[in-house]
Design a protein around this ligand. Structure first.
Ligand SMILES: Nc1ncnc2c1ncn2[C@@H]1O[C@H](COP(=O)(O)OP(=O)(O)O)[C@@H](O)[C@H]1O
Ligand SMILES: [Mg+2]
Length: 403
């Protein structure tokens, strides 16, 4: 927070909409509260603030337009008919690290408790007392940390063998979550020598190695430099180390990186290279959701069985995907035969798409954005993964528990 930004609450452009970075966003019902917040934010040198008169729904619409969620979001439920469901919807709109302070008019312990359960940092009754709101504006209130333990979902995608479509599927899932579902995602290709993600999204190099070397002090600025943006909601982390360098990846560094990212993104999607070992097993077991991709070949089915064995007694979901990454040919097993062998059904089957090579040549254009049978399948897979089947989306609470 520099002194320059501290004044922005008093500047006319601080109230304008747009893609500017807002540390604090407040949508309140009355002009007194609005003025009080602006004054306090300036006093506290709290950083750029956007204030407006509006409802929780207005706040949601505003958040969706921002490329980065604010640090603090203040909303007013005094005119809300269904405050809890509106706050739950708001939780969907912002990433886990955002602190939300709710203002209202009712002294209501039940409501307070419910709001806390949804992950809200505090509920303050209007007129707001400067002493109560100021610590949130300054970003140093102990309540914030005790309530901001929400994390996004870690999704690991691994293949039963090389070339089964892991990178294509990972990119497609991330693209759908970011652009169709408006989720903030980070897509990590853990292959340090340049995996398929960089190729598909047209990224050369990337900040993965830097991020891992500094995994224990990844501040916002550092992360911003390490991540490559692919549209407003999809950040990508890749590496392209020279092929003659050894690149041991420390489990601890990877874990520290994941911990930082899962607090800032709704989804941390990991393309797990086929390098079996402790890190490989660790990430598969740690992920809240695993997407295991196999084809119909004998080695594919055999490896899928072994991977499932690794997951015995592990928390989290395993989604099994049968991807027909090659045209049908002799010697490929029937789906039911494979399911009998592995002892459970596939969750999703992705059809062979012969138009694919044409699209993949078109670097930087993820398949999911183009269409076709494969893209349709990836959309369905994304729904299975996010639990979205036309049903209500998950709230904060499920997000915390769902890991
Ligand atoms: N269902 C499919 N239909 C057609 N081609 C596919 C399909 N799935 C994957 N491919 C192609 O297979 C190749 C390998 O995919 P990739 O995602 O790089 O695999 P992996 O990351 O598992 O090595 C790519 O050229 C991709 O376009
Ligand atoms: Mg790959």
């Amino acid at each position: 927070m520099t002194p320059a930004t501290a004044h922005s609450a008093n500047q006319p452009d601080a109230k304008s909409k747009g893609s500017a970075l807002h540390e604090i966003v407040a949508f309140v019902a009355d002009s007194d509260t609005e003025a009080a917040l602006e004054g306090l934010a300036a006093q506290q040198q709290a950083g750029p603030i956007h204030t407006a008169r509006g409802t929780v729904r207005d706040a949601i619409r505003f958040i969706y337009k921002l490329s980065r969620s604010p640090r603090l979001l203040i909303v007013d439920i005094s005119q809300a008919e269904l405050p809890l469901s509106e706050i739950d919807a708001l939780a969907e709109a912002c990433e886990p690290s955002v602190s939300v302070v709710v203002l209202g008019e009712r002294q209501d312990v039940g409501l307070f408790r419910e709001l806390m359960r949804l992950g809200v940092a505090d509920y303050l009754v209007k007129p707001i007392l400067p002493d109560l709101i100021a610590p949130y504006l300054a970003g140093a209130h102990p309540r914030l940390s005790s309530h901001s333990n929400r994390t996004g979902k870690v999704v690991a995608i691994a293949g039963a063998r090389g070339g089964v479509g892991v990178s294509t599927i990972a990119t497609g899932i991330a693209w759908n979550l970011a652009n169709r579902d408006n989720r903030r995602c980070v897509l990590i290709d853990l292959n340090p020598y340049g995996g398929g993600i960089g190729v598909q999204l047209g990224i050369e190099g990337g900040g993965l190695v830097d991020a891992l070397e500094n995994a224990n002090n990844l501040d916002a600025l550092f992360l911003e430099r390490a991540l490559t943006q692919h549209g407003p909601r999809l950040s990508v982390l890749t590496a392209e180390q020279p092929l003659d360098t050894d690149m041991p990846m420390a489990d601890k560094a990877v874990e520290a990186l994941i911990q930082t990212l899962e607090r800032q993104f709704h989804y941390v999607i990991i393309d797990l290279p086929r390098l079996p070992g402790s890190l490989y097993a660790y990430i598969l077991r740690r992920a809240g959701v695993r997407v295991l991709v196999a084809d119909r070949t004998v080695p594919g089915v055999r490896d899928l069985t072994r991977m499932l064995g690794l997951m015995d007694d592990t928390a989290g979901r395993s989604i099994l995907v049968l991807n027909d990454s090659r045209p049908q040919s002799e010697g490929l097993a029937e789906r039911t035969m494979i399911e009998d062998t592995i002892g459970r059904p596939f969750d999703v089957r992705l059809a062979y798409d012969k138009a694919m090579s044409r699209v993949v040549d078109n670097l930087g254009e993820p398949l999911a954005s183009v269409g076709g049978v494969f893209a349709d399948g990836v959309r369905e897979l994304t729904n299975v993964l996010s639990g979205q089947h036309g049903k209500r989306r998950k709230g904060w609470l499920q997000l915390v528990r769902g890991r």
